[in-house]
Ligand binder design. Structure first.
Ligand SMILES: Cc1cc2nc3c(=O)[nH]c(=O)nc-3n(C[C@H](O)[C@H](O)[C@H](O)COP(=O)(O)OP(=O)(O)OC[C@H]3O[C@@H](n4cnc5c(N)ncnc54)[C@H](O)[C@@H]3O)c2cc1C
Length: 427
């Protein structure tokens, strides 16, 4: 009999012990084995939780703290905005982490970390002790750079939709409600930000929708960067050939504020832009928890780590991975990359907790697919290896690549990629 293991919040001040409610192929909860707490059930955290269990032969207790009831994927969420996919297509329950792998799920938020005592505190007031802590809290936004967005209701009206979920649905509704002949304006922050090609894919998806349903409408891309940051020639070709007269790309547009009531974007050197639907993707930094706890040591923005273990350079026994980290050159902030961090970190944590030496030569790979229409896709891929001299990851020359053209075969590969990575992370 399988037992549900999504532990709801427990009484204030209490300590949650690993329940050991295990089933499926997970044989024991690890009993008195070492304790790993994972914060964040996204691509990085969920992968790490699963693989610590698997690679410790289910001897290490793993508790995963995540506020959301299920995993909603940012990859493919632009297709929901474009009307090609539904939220159900990008949503996966956490059940298998519990049923198959014996991960204890706690639906809550971690609020503080006591690295000395090795305890995290939850919003409910409960505490979780750990031997090793793994954090993958994703990104949060630098709202302080956009004063107008602090007004009441502003964030419900001007959406980012850069964390898949309620805002994905809300942005789709705004586009549906926009009259034909309207303007959708999206701003892109300076790199680094989550998913370099993501905004350009979104522009294609919105343009695809307009081309079918509202052909007099416009997609205006206002990019703080000097040029398209990923797969530039391929995206520009799609805009020129597929969405001529719909998409307009403007570089070097740094957003300084938003006049929410006037539906207007303000820039440092460029004229303000008024549009019917504003989609502001703000500047990003490591998730709030990482910043608040002093783990974001690079410009108070990103967390520096040892790439062999993902142990924080600021706190012992605390590992940080995914979008929150200070990336190595050429390493994107992506779900695929967070999944690779999760596995590398899991292997290192298992080694460290069982008296072994972590792998000295980790290699990560990455592929980012982007849909330029409902079916046609382009990709960019790269491989990264540890350089012991430089103590960082370096891109392996000639190992990656980029599509020669957008096509439907790549579309099938992209859908297979998504199914595979969701399964690798959660099944
Ligand atoms: C539109 C879009 C398209 C994208 N497309 C692709 C793509 O095609 N391919 C690709 O590889 N990547 C893509 N990405 C990027 C990818 O989604 C991210 O890089 C990835 O989600 C990063 O994983 P993560 O674990 O760092 O963060 P997340 O996946 O965001 O997970 C963070 C989790 O931490 C939880 N959390 C935060 N704080 C706390 C706390 N205090 N306590 C407990 N839990 C907490 C959150 O609820 C969340 O579930 C895309 C992103 C976007 C926005």
């Amino acid at each position: 009999m399988l037992r549900r293991q999504f532990v709801k919040t427990v009484g204030a001040g209490s300590v949650i012990a690993s329940s050991g409610w295990l089933s499926g192929c997970a044989t024991t909860g690890g009993g008195n084995g070492p304790k790993v707490v994972v914060v964040g059930g996204g691509f990085g955290g969920a992968t790490a939780a699963k693989y610590v269990r698997m690679w410790s032969d289910y001897k290490i207790n793993v508790t995963l703290v995540e506020p959301n009831a299920s995993f909603v994927s940012c990859p493919m969420s632009n297709l929901v905005i474009g009307g090609v996919k539904t939220m159900a297509d990008i949503t996966t329950p956490y059940d298998n982490l519990t049923k198959r792998h014996g991960v204890t799920m706690v639906r809550d938020m971690v609020t503080t970390i006591d690295a000395e005592k090795r305890v995290v505190k939850l919003a409910s007031g409960a505490e979780l002790p750990y031997d090793r802590l793994i954090l993958s809290p994703g990104v949060d936004f630098m709202w302080e750079t956009l004063p107008g967005m602090a007004q009441a209701g502003a964030k419900d009206k001007v959406l980012h939709a850069w964390k898949a979920g309620a805002q994905t649905v809300a942005l789709r509704k705004q586009l549906e409600a926009m009259p034909d002949g309207g303007v959708y304006a999206m701003t892109i922050p300076l790199a680094p930000y989550r998913c370099p090609p993501g905004p350009y894919e979104r522009a294609c998806q919105v343009a695809h929708y307009f081309s079918q349903a509202k052909p007099k409408s416009k997609v205006l891309i206002l990019d703080a960067n000097d040029d398209v940051t990923s797969k530039g020639p391929l995206f520009k070709k799609a805009w020129a050939e597929r969405y001529k007269g719909i998409v307009e790309y403007r570089s070097k547009h740094t957003l300084t504020d938003v006049d929410v009531a006037g539906s207007t974007l303000k820039f440092d050197f460029n004229d303000p832009v008024k549009a019917d639907v504003l989609n502001v993707i703000p500047g990003m930094r490591a998730g709030d928890l990482a910043v608040k706890t002093g783990l974001a040591t690079a410009n108070k923005r990103w967390c520096e780590v040892d790439f062999l273990t993902f142990e924080s350079k600021a706190a012992k026994n605390v590992h940080v991975l995914g979008d929150s980290i200070q990336i190595a050159p050429g390493m994107p902030k992506s779900g695929h990359m967070a999944n690779q961090h999760g596995k590398t970190c899991a292997a290192a944590v298992v080694a460290l907790l069982t008296g072994k030496v972590p792998n000295a030569n980790p290699i990560y790979n990455n592929t980012c697919y982007s849909f330029v229409s409902a079916e046609d896709v382009v990709h960019v891929a790269s491989v990264h290896r540890y350089d012991a001299e430089k103590k960082t990851m370096v891109t392996v020359p000639g190992s990656g690549g980029v599509s020669s053209s957008a096509n439907e075969l790549e579309g099938r590969f992209a859908l297979a990629w998504a199914s595979n990575i969701w399964a690798d992370t959660l099944a």
